[in-house]
Design a protein around this ligand. Structure first.
Ligand code: ARG
Length: 403
């Protein structure tokens, strides 16, 4: 009996050639699965490509809501950003796609799953490790990693087997996109000294070309999750779509970085993530209002750990479960509204309020309504500075004189 494989199918060249290759070279019956995480492609078009490439069956899963609610928003609550700039769009979608692959594989009685990742990137790790975590019995086949074809050879293979490919021969970039952001690499970007050409950006206008008048948006959060825009309750997907559009129009969300891949390579990536960048700024501002200093300090460390875990493909792990429990606990009172100004590439928090605010005007103010007991300050300083004075006396060192 022919074994079945479920292939993560995007409709692009790699996965189209992979459909045929898995069938011809490996003898599989290929089920093409497209998981929609906000990729702006037409279902009918993707389906017809898959079938023309030789798939026995096509499955489409709309996972947009799941993606935002269960992957992107938890990462937002955690404050997960990799190496200071990458808001992890691609990395967050991989475990979800892997879970869908496993799901469909079980429903279809398939013995293997497949994906179109190369052997040099992080995504292969994320797909493989996630699949192993969820279904260790499934075989994983990665045609692009296994075959010995470069892009030209793939195009030739496609032509030879009359597989329809969008002749994006001229798009010099490798692009991955979903609701949480857009990742762009390859082409001239491989030279980290080269400024990215204007055409790499699609979701954001150049900050200098953005409107002179700023836009303001009020983002409402409940327990760390965004729930409204300008006072109107908004579901996760429309909320992210709207912010991608609005912040993108004002040039917010671009990043140009050299990052460290898990597989040991430094690579240059461009990102566009208008909604993610805006939401992260707003969320952080609300935490500053509602979390204690100690909570914020530890949480900032956990944020790093969380970002690493997402980046490194460890979503389906006990380690993640533990960190997620901590993060969720910290969000109990992260409820309120943040006003953000979007202007010429910057998302700037200009206002925040919360029913759970720890900010106390009567303590902070310098006016006459001041409730802070300043007579207690010298005593506090006396004790706080005690070990410093003791050490200064007992171990006076020349270079401590401040010069
Ligand atoms: N470097 C990012 C990551 O590892 C994005 C890779 C996405 N691929 C692309 N074609 N740009 O998550």
């Amino acid at each position: 009996m022919t074994e079945k494989i479920v292939l993560a199918y995007s409709g692009g060249l790699d996965t189209s050639v992979a459909v045929r290759w898995l069938k011809e070279e490996r003898g599989y019956e290929v089920i093409a699965l497209t998981v929609d995480v906000g990729m702006q492609r037409e279902r009918e078009d993707v389906q017809s490509r898959a079938m023309k490439a030789g798939a026995a069956k096509f499955v489409w899963r709309d996972a947009q809501e799941t993606f935002v609610r269960h992957f992107a928003f938890p990462a937002l609550a955690a404050g997960a950003v990799y190496q200071g700039h990458y808001t992890l769009a691609t990395a967050l979608a991989r475990p979800l796609i892997a879970r869908e692959l496993v799901d469909v594989a079980r429903a279809e009685g398939a013995t293997a799953i497949g994906h179109g990742c190369t052997g040099k990137g992080n995504d292969q790790v994320r797909f493989d490790v996630s699949t192993q975590a969820l279904a260790p019995e499934l075989r994983i086949v990665a045609p692009v990693r296994d075959w010995d074809m470069d892009r030209e050879a793939e195009i030739a293979y496609a032509e030879e087997h009359s597989i329809p490919v969008l002749v994006t021969r001229d798009s010099p970039y490798s692009i991955d996109e979903n609701l949480w952001g857009r990742s762009i690499e390859c082409g001239v970007l491989e030279d980290p000294w080269q400024e990215p050409p204007a055409d790499v950006y699609e979701w954001t206008v150049a900050p200098a070309a953005a409107p002179d008048a700023p836009a303001y948006v009020e983002i409402g959060f409940e327990r760390g999750l965004p729930v409204s825009l300008d006072g109107r309750e908004t579901g996760p997907v429309p909320l992210v779509l709207r912010l991608n559009e609005l912040a993108g129009e004002h040039g917010v969300g671009r990043a140009d970085m050299v990052e460290d891949r898990l597989v040991g390579i430094k690579s240059r990536e461009i990102y566009e993530a208008p909604a993610a960048v805006t939401l992260l700024a707003a969320h952080e501002a609300l935490e500053a209002l509602t979390l204690s200093k100690d909570q914020q300090r530890l949480k900032a460390r956990i944020a790093q750990e969380y970002a690493e875990l997402i980046y490194n493909g460890l979503w389906f792990t006990a380690h993640h479960r533990d960190l997620a429990a901590y993060v969720q606990s910290t969000q109990r009172h992260v409820t309120g509204t943040v006003r953000v100004r979007l202007h010429k590439g910057a998302a700037t928090v200009v206002g925040r309020k919360s029913p759970k605010s720890l900010y106390d005007f009567s303590l902070a103010t310098y006016d006459e309504s001041d409730q802070y007991d300043r007579t207690a300050a010298p005593g506090f300083i006396q004790i706080w500075g005690l070990p410093v004075r003791v050490q200064a006396q007992a171990q006076r060192e020349e270079e401590d004189s401040g010069r």
